[in-house]
Design a binder for this molecule. Structure first.
Ligand SMILES: Cc1ncc(C[n+]2csc(CCOP(=O)(O)OP(=O)(O)O)c2C)c(N)n1
Ligand SMILES: [Mg+2]
Length: 552
């Protein structure tokens, strides 16, 4: 057996069924020999981003696995790795690397060395007999501790070296270790929560990763505390629930902003509470209770009154038990008017948006497209994601997922073009779901060729391209608002163009062009049917340079 065969056998033992990849790496052949399906993408960024999409649909038991060559391949992978790291997504990245004789020679590129700052673990298999130890540590890091990419670099010469007989037999699969906060902290947290005048629950990605939506609902209903979902945590709480405040990037709903602004106590569940331009700011002066698995995230950017390190689901169960023991099994059910207050604010907020959401204006506005998504999709059988830019900030407040993992909210580092490979990965995890990606025409340029990957691999997804011939993200008139008025006027710098439906057809997908608002719903229904028949779909919608955002 060679090192690559041992790695392949370990992946098989870990239940890996497919890998995303781009040649050249002998490991691709080795995994195929043990029956693991390699799916080749058009760019190494897509290789990593699809692994991310797969991991997001799972708990920390199964992971997306990405394989590239070293050198150019490893260098190209950075965008995906950095984005997965910024959102704390566990992926296994197996890369080639320079041969050991040249490892330290400039300018040779070692991904384990260079990507140390964007991974939770990064190791080189320096010699064949290390393969089992390195792979065990990688899977331990994927399942435990801070969540993020684990990198294993297999030098080009080491990968095809023989290992001593019996090496693979030494591999024991690392377990996931879940833990709970100490009881005295749970008690204190509940005391503070129940004594609060206007508490709010801030629900993060950890709720989805630990499958804690049911417990979250129970705690919210028991205490009648409303729930806000962060962007990565979107879909962790049923957005149609009377206690749902909605979710947010920089854009959000009036009710969410009101509670985040005015609350005296904020209970964060499964959230690192990392400050980001792509999330809602938390004003100073709040009492913060933070449940998060990574203990270093407590007191990171905010002063935390009670830290609850541990698994989100187990922590919620402990909080529920403690609430019941402090105020009885029915808690505060039916004793507050929180749901009425949310309803009132929601109506006030939507009264300013309804006309825009249902507008027949042409070119079509973004919100009309989102309104049609909201009303046409079979939400129980769909997974939706946005791409960077205006698509993210327009869809975030107005699309209301109801089931866990039916929306993928990604993007602290926010790489344009993430949506296509992300959805291919999500579709691999949930083949029976309708997987839709909502992206701009600028973003299409970053990953559009992976439409062909979707066709070739038989992993049908639907992509909406919001075709506005430019970048709606920079609507300002001056440099300090992030716009380039002179560059645009004199040199056309942020303009792009394309007939994206035709481009999709050229790659074997079905392309649909929509210019009339009344045709959006029809196109979406057609896409659902075509995806079900195995066809990849791109809907090119001619839209405005949407300047409106629900920002407070
Ligand atoms: C890799 C990468 N480079 C640059 C950016 C900065 N950026 C964010 S949105 C955007 C423009 C997006 O244009 P488009 O995809 O057409 O979306 P629109 O805002 O027009 O809907 C840019 C350049 C980014 N997010 N990712
Ligand atoms: Mg655009």
């Amino acid at each position: 057996m060679k090192v690559n065969d041992v790695v392949a056998a370990i992946l098989k033992k870990e239940g890996v069924e497919w890998v995303s990849c781009f040649p050249s790496n002998a490991l691709i052949e080795a995994v195929s020999e043990v029956g693991i399906r390699p799916i080749m993408f058009r760019h190494e960024r897509g290789v990593v981003m699809s692994a991310d999409g797969y991991s997001r649909m799972n708990t920390r038991e199964q992971f997306g696995v990405a394989i590239t060559q070293g050198h150019a391949g490893a260098e190209n992978a950075l965008g995906g790795i950095a984005q997965a790291y910024s959102d704390n997504i566990p992926i296994l990245y197996l890369s080639g690397g320079p041969s050991m004789s040249a490892y330290s020679v400039k300018p040779n590129f070692s991904p384990a060395r260079e990507y140390g700052s964007v991974s939770v673990s990064a190791e080189v298999i320096y010699q064949p007999d290390l393969v089992v130890d390195v792979m065990r540590r990688a899977f331990h890091a994927l399942r435990n501790g801070r969540s993020g990419p684990a990198i294993v670099e297999i030098p080009d010469d080491v990968g095809e070296m023989d290992v001593p007989e019996g090496t693979f037999d030494l591999y024991v699969s690392p377990k996931r270790h879940k833990f709970v906060p100490q009881h005295s902290d749970i008690k204190e947290a509940v005391k503070i929560l129940l004594g609060a005048a206007k508490p709010v629950i801030w629900s993060g990605k950890g709720v989805l990763m630990s499958q804690a939506s049911e417990e979250l609902r129970e705690l919210a209903e028991l205490t009648e505390i409303p729930v806000y979902c962060t962007m990565p945590g979107k879909s962790g709480f049923d957005q149609k629930h009377p206690l749902a405040l909605g979710s947010g990037s920089a854009a959000t709903s009036l009710q969410a902003r009101t509670w985040i602004q005015d609350s005296d106590v904020l209970l964060a569940i499964g959230s690192s509470l990392t400050k980001t331009l792509y999330g809602q700011p938390i004003p100073d002066g709040k009492v913060i209770i933070q449940s998060v698995e990574t203990v270093e995230d407590i007191n990171k950017e905010y002063s935390v009154t009670v830290g609850l390190p541990g698994d989100a689901k187990l922590t919620l169960q402990a909080l529920i038990d403690e609430v019941k023991s402090q105020i009885g099994n029915d808690g505060r059910k039916g004793q507050t008017d929180t749901a009425d207050q949310i309803k009132e604010l929601n109506e006030k907020w939507l009264s300013q948006w309804n006309e825009i959401l249902t507008s027949d204006e042409k070119p079509i506005n973004y919100y009309r497209v989102i309104h049609e998504l909201e009303n046409t999709l079979d939400k129980n059988n769909s997974i939706v994601t946005h791409d960077a830019g205006a698509p993210r900030d327009t869809i975030m407040p107005f699309y209301n997922p109801t089931l866990p993992n039916s929306y993928i909210g990604w993007g602290k580092s926010t790489h344009l073009g993430y949506g296509i490979p992300l959805m291919i990965g999500a579709k691999m995890a949930s083949p029976n779901k309708f997987c839709l990606n909502f992206m701009g025409d600028g973003a299409f340029g970053m990953s559009g060729l992976d439409i062909e990957t979707s066709v070739r691999a038989g992993v049908p997804i639907t992509t909406i391209v919001l075709n506005n011939g430019g970048m709606a993200t920079y609507p300002g008139k001056t440099r300090d608002t992030g716009a380039y008025p002179n560059a645009l006027k004199t040199f056309g710098t942020t303009k792009v163009s394309g007939s994206y439906a035709k481009i999709a057809e050229g790659m074997g997908a079905v392309g649909i062009t929509v210019t009339e608002p009344s045709d959006i719903s029809k196109a979406l229904k057609e896409a659902q049917q075509l995806n079900a028949k195995g066809k990849t779909v791109l809907i090119d919608i001619h839209v405005n340079l949407e300047p409106r955002r629900s920002i407070f």
